[in-house]
Write a protein that binds this ligand. Structure first.
Ligand SMILES: NC(=O)c1ccc[n+]([C@@H]2O[C@H](COP(=O)([O-])OP(=O)(O)OC[C@H]3O[C@@H](n4cnc5c(N)ncnc54)[C@H](O)[C@@H]3O)[C@@H](O)[C@H]2O)c1
Length: 352
């Protein structure tokens, strides 16, 4: 079987999970990598034995005969790097969020169509076992009609700093960083209804709190404590199937401990998928709680990235329909844009 040749643009934290996923696939060869931080690019290449290294992705796309590219850069580089790769005839797996906003995201999808190439968005949590099991239950009708969802990812102190908290490079704070995963999961599990209305509020009253000592926290590769994004975002979204979503995300907040939750409520059953997977329903006139038995460590993220890379390569090599098409990234960006717009105007936003 002909090897699929891959290039990786952006060689910071998440690119290592992409690389680890590709390395597990016999028919994939990562032949080039690129980072504007030349030293980081060289170290990445040395560590993984990658033959060709670049500081400019346009040069990499011109020189290398690649089938596919992973885009693992700051958010503001997702659109230009992806569009350049698509125009150069490469298939692209772009990290989440697809872009800084829906306009850019749509341009990326259009570029994929024009080039006849694949654009997949890195909604990695769709590959989680809990997500896949719950999706199967929902598709089998076990929950009836889902009409209400609540989700959040809240941190007491967890602003990664650097580009993450620099709005012109990230597009925003915890909503675009963490909320993107949670809102996507809800949409995906509900069979991708279209959002028709959103309201939101954002707050920046606590600040990044880089002064806090005595805790472990993730800091971006090029850390600085510059911060012009929200600490907390709260949103209300209505979908065209009548369902409502309430979402909250924070990087810093005075709470006892960090929280991650996802709850769905249907006419036949309710479910919490996070933090624990439990189903609440009734059977023979008795309220019944069910706990699916899943014998894998849900906190180990590498296996779901492995599945994501394997699926991307399967789509590229075999034309398998893509689970995470770029179009889903556009829909997500429309929701995030609307929550941010509502937060700044104080009004509800109709989503077209
Ligand atoms: N799927 C997930 O769960 C997940 C988790 C973490 C991060 N991410 C996403 O991955 C992306 C990268 O995040 P990270 O944590 O790896 O950040 P990072 O800061 O560790 O790495 C980003 C890298 O991109 C490089 N870069 C910036 N502009 C570039 C350009 N023009 N050309 C080449 N390289 C460039 C930077 O120098 C840096 O090395 C972000 O979009 C983030 O949202 C996704």
């Amino acid at each position: 079987m002909k090897k699929v040749k891959v290039g990786i643009i952006g060689n910071g934290s998440i690119s290592h999970t992409h690389m680890a996923g590709y390395k597990k696939l016999d028919h994939v060869e990562v032949v080039a990598n690129c980072d504007i931080n030349e030293q980081r690019a060289k170290q990445f290449a040395q560590y993984y034995n990658i033959p060709h290294t670049y500081a400019d992705y346009n040069e990499m796309l011109k020189q290398e005969d690649l089938d596919a590219v992973s885009v693992c850069t700051w958010n503001n580089v997702h659109a230009p790097a992806t569009i350049a790769a698509l125009k150069a005839g490469k298939n692209v797996l772009c990290e989440k969020p697809l872009a800084l906003n829906a306009i850019q995201a749509q341009q990326m999808v259009d570029a994929a169509k024009d080039a006849g190439k694949l654009l997949m968005v890195g909604f990695v949590r769709r590959f989680g076992l809990n997500t896949q099991i719950l999706k199967r239950m929902i598709d089998n009708g076990d929950m009836g009609q889902i009409y209400y969802a609540k989700t959040g990812c809240l941190r007491r102190v967890g602003n990664p700093g650097g580009w993450f908290s620099d709005k012109k490079r990230s597009g925003g704070g915890p909503l675009i960083d963490l909320g993107v995963h949670m809102i996507d999961l809800v949409r995906y599990l509900m069979d991708k209804p279209k959002a028709v209305l959103a309201m939101g509020s954002t707050y920046d009253l606590v600040g990044p709190r880089s002064n806090i000592i005595g805790i472990q926290q993730y800091k971006s590769a090029d850390y600085s404590d510059y911060n012009d994004v929200e600490d907390l975002a709260a949103g209300f979204v209505r979908f065209d199937n009548g369902a409502t979503l309430i979402v909250e995300n924070s990087w810093t907040q005075h709470i006892k401990r960090d929280k991650l939750y996802l709850e769905l409520y249907g006419s036949k059953a309710g479910v919490t998928m996070e933090p624990d997977f439990e189903i609440y329903s009734e059977r023979n006139d008795v309220l019944t709680d069910t706990k699916p038995f899943i014998d894998v460590n849900q906190n180990d993220f590498q296996p779901i990235f492995d599945k994501e890379m394997a699926h991307f390569i399967d789509c590229v090599a075999n034309g398998t329909p893509c689970l995470n098409p770029g179009e889903d990234g556009v829909e997500l960006m429309k929701i995030l844009d609307a929550i941010y717009e509502s937060a700044s105007t104080g009004h509800e936003v109709i989503i077209k």
